[in-house]
Design a protein around this ligand. Structure first.
Ligand code: COA
Ligand code: ZN
Length: 311
């Protein structure tokens, strides 16, 4: 079976925007549960200003409570200060955030597009020198809440700038869930041709119920690495209209039903959704969760429920 890598961004992209404040210790426990369920990669924290994003305070504490050999644990970094804090905390993989429009960069990290591109490149170069893995988000790639449509050529040139700086991967992010499968196909075909599928990853939000369709389309273009968020947690405080991320359990269910291997135990993953619900104190979950909850036990005991296609 062909392997698809799922990077759970729930502890960062999810919890940064949830009404609940989850302590660093509880965030670390959640991340350990994801890893125990077989999730190979987790975006654990962001090293950002606690004034800008109070929910992500205590990033170093979260990192310090994790086994960094157990999974690919990464941190989101907005600027040089964030990089230094991450490195001091022992982080081995960082992701810089380069939004594709001037306004989004200003709203998100208070820098214009040119400055952000320069700073992101400098951080990725520094990460390479320090022996860390540097990755780069190209955000609002399928639509910006402030500037609308984004030309594909700009996504391509920003991605090229990040690869030139030494980025191991570019994560193409539909930050507000504005894209549709046709746009996804057009953009990813272009990027895959230019950079190769193995260096690209896709990040979708489910604002218009198109995240799973968009992920499928990216998969058809050759993408084999995806961000998703446990329970569909998510949103960006600086991108109006951004709803939850593609739910990890929905993506994993799709992949398993279509014959792809993720290394993730779906039953254990659903238990993690239960844990998230208890942590944030409100219902969470992707669109498949009710079906999964109803049928997973029966699948394992072979009692003849609707088990079609679920391993
Ligand atoms: N981590 C922690 N604190 C930081 C920091 C970082 N990466 N970067 C700056 N700071 C602190 C400064 O030390 C300063 O603290 P002080 O007020 O106690 O002196 C304060 O933040 C302001 O610093 P400045 O460099 O002027 O930053 P800014 O006000 O222009 O804000 C960011 C820039 C990047 C720090 C801020 O916009 C931010 O954290 N954005 C995060 C956005 C985000 O996480 N979006 C969601 C994910 S895409
Ligand atoms: Zn996101």
């Amino acid at each position: 079976m062909e392997r698809v890598i799922v990077n759970d961004v729930g502890p960062r992209d999810g919890l940064q925007n949830d009404p609940a404040t989850v302590s660093p210790g509880e965030r670390a426990r959640l991340i350990r549960a994801l890893v125990a369920a077989g999730v190979p990669a987790v975006e654990a924290v962001s090293f950002v200003s606690p004034k800008a994003v109070p929910k992500m305070a205590g990033a170093a504490e979260v990192i310090g409570a994790l086994d960094l050999d157990a999974a690919d644990v990464s941190a989101l970094i907005p600027n040089h200060k964030g990089y230094e804090l991450a490195r001091a905390a022992g982080v081995r993989s960082v992701a810089v955030v380069l939004s594709a429009t001037d306004t989004m960069n200003r709203k998100n990290i208070n820098m214009d597009l040119d400055t952000t591109r320069r700073v992101c490149a400098e951080i990725v170069e520094q990460a390479c020198r320090d022996g860390l893995t540097g990755r780069a988000y190209v955000s609002v790639a399928l639509g910006c809440p402030y500037e609308g449509d984004v030309p594909e050529a700009r996504i391509e040139s920003l991605s090229a700038a990040m690869f030139d700086a030494g980025a191991a991967e570019v994560i193409v992010a539909d930050t507000i869930g504005a894209g549709n499968p046709r746009q996804v196909r057009s953009l990813f075909e272009r990027l895959v041709q230019e950079f190769g599928a193995e260096r690209l990853s896709a990040h979708f939000h489910d604002t218009r119920a198109l995240a799973l369709a968009n992920a499928w389309q990216a998969l058809e273009c050759g993408i084999r690495k995806f961000d998703a968020s446990i329970g569909g947690l998510g949103g960006c405080p600086f991108a109006p209209g951004a709803a939850g991320n593609l739910a990890t359990e929905d993506l994993v269910g799709l992949l398993h039903q279509c014959g792809y291997d993720t290394g993730i135990d779906l039953t254990a993953l659903v238990s993690v959704v239960d844990q998230v619900e208890a942590l944030v104190g409100h219902p969470v979950g992707g669109r498949s969760l009710p079906w999964l909850r109803k049928n997973l036990a029966a699948i394992h005991t072979g009692t003849g429920a609707d088990t079609s296609g679920i391993p």
